[in-house]
Design a protein around this ligand. Structure first.
Ligand SMILES: [Ca+2]
Ligand SMILES: [Ca+2]
Ligand SMILES: [Ca+2]
Length: 229
């Protein structure tokens, strides 16, 4: 997510529109889309670090872990593949600096879901994915406290490889990798990061995060408005 960069003149001409769109975005904070997606790790980390007291943990998958239905990663994340089938082909393992796994909607070749349970609640998650297929691997979590939201990983990144990060406005304790199809999607994760803030209670948005969402949201709308011209 990039910061908007508008000239002073354009900012002035957009001031009325910004007031209007801020109202729109504020009303959408209670909707099911009140979380922010990042496809750049540096930008995700900067936004996380801007939240006072946030602590980021990054798992680089540096120590090999043998394939099993449930494994505990170095960061304390418990990774559990749904059964059946029994895991095979190195699914749910760590090898060569990568987390290895795959999903398959009808469980014919791999588990339908992979659940990651975090050691403590987090408000942000991000990971560097490799070899994700379009319209297949997806990521589900209750990122805003209103219920589950699902993102297609490849489609959100805009390619097979890249970073996908989320900053929610509520704490969440787990995420689920699944798939939108009955085909096998083999993927890897190079590193995964979690961020927590001890002082933010579950399901209560941090005021600074609402401001951030409004800012980013109005930037998006301003860009959309600008595009239409
Ligand atoms: Ca299948
Ligand atoms: Ca794949
Ligand atoms: Ca790694």
């Amino acid at each position: 997510m990039e910061k908007q960069s508008l000239s002073k003149a354009r900012l002035k001409s957009f001031s009325l529109a910004t007031v209007f769109t801020t109202t729109l975005v504020l009303s959408s904070v209670s909707s099911a889309e009140a979380f922010t997606i990042f496809t750049n790790r540096t930008a995700w980390q900067a936004a996380v670090d801007a939240i006072a007291g946030s602590v980021t943990t990054t798992d680089t998958f540096s120590n090999n872990i043998a394939s099993a239905q449930t494994i505990t990663l170095d960061s304390g994340i418990v990774s559990a593949n749904s059964f059946p089938p029994a895991v095979a082909f190195e699914d749910n393992s760590v090898s060569g600096g990568l987390f290895l796994n795959s999903t398959d909607g009808d469980a014919s070749s791999a588990s339908t879901t992979i659940t990651w349970t975090f050691p403590s609640p987090v408000f942000a998650f991000g990971a560097d994915f490799l070899n994700t297929n379009p319209n297949q691997l997806n990521l589900t979590g209750n990122f805003d406290g209103t219920g589950n939201q699902t993102l297609l990983v490849n489609n959100s990144i805009g390619g097979a490889n890249g970073f996908l990060g989320i900053i929610g406005n509520a704490n969440f304790r787990s995420i689920v990798f699944g798939t939108n199809t009955n085909d096998l999607d083999i993927f890897q994760i190079d590193s995964a990061s979690l961020a927590s803030v001890a002082s933010v209670p579950v399901a209560v948005p941090e005021p600074g995060m609402i401001t951030g969402l409004v800012f980013l949201g109005s930037g998006l709308v301003v860009r959309r408005l600008a595009k239409r011209r």
